[in-house]
Design a protein. Structure first.
Length: 190
């Protein structure tokens, strides 16, 4: 029995020698995520190339006096574009437009913001002045850099609409026929 006890005792000593040299190190791994504010514009999280719609004055004889239109083709359906953001502190504005230089001859009365529809025909140096409004009564002109007011809010989704008006055509027979265009730049800052 003495031999058995001695073998057991030496086995325990061997185990304790092996454990005495083992070292365990511990630490942590950090996991992080930083989210910034975001907006869904017409239901899309895209930040560029967004379709805010079209102000289409349609087809008219060149002898018009006044033409009006409402925003269409926004991708959200109807005559509005929609915005839903993670913050209530955001602004929507027209930051500028392509045709701001005064053309050789102008039809219509320019508004506070200088905007012209121009013909793609190189020999046509004529422009048609137009204005953009946030209301159907054409009393609140939207100027560059100013916030466009919300038309309505439902279920946390804000809707915006715009109206266009060309006034002062004067029933003139000097207006050159053709297709006149401009591009409005819109930004949502949040």
């Amino acid at each position: 029995m003495k031999k058995t006890g001695l073998v057991l005792l030496s086995g325990l000593m061997a185990l304790s020698v092996n454990n005495a040299g083992a070292v365990t190190s511990t630490g942590t791994i950090g996991a992080t995520l930083t989210l910034s504010n975001g907006c869904l514009i017409n239901g899309s999280p895209a930040q560029s190339g967004i379709n805010f719609g079209t102000l289409d004055f349609g087809e008219s004889p060149a002898t018009f006096n006044e033409l009006t239109t409402q925003l269409s083709g926004t991708g959200a359906g109807g005559s509005t574009f929609t915005i839903q953001c993670t913050t209530a502190s955001y602004t929507v504005q027209i930051t500028g437009n392509t045709n701001t230089a005064t053309p050789g001859s102008t039809v219509g009365t320019p508004g506070a913001a200088v905007r012209y529809l121009r013909s793609a025909t190189p020999t046509n140096t004529q422009g048609v002045a137009y204005s953009v409004y946030s209301d159907s009564g054409f009393s609140n002109e939207v100027i560059n850099g100013a916030a466009i007011p919300r038309a309505s809010t439902a279920n946390g989704v804000d809707s915006y609409t715009l109206y266009g008006r060309i006034r002062g055509g004067g029933n003139s027979v000097t207006v050159l026929p053709g297709t006149y265009t401009d591009t409005l730049n819109v930004s949502v800052t949040y």
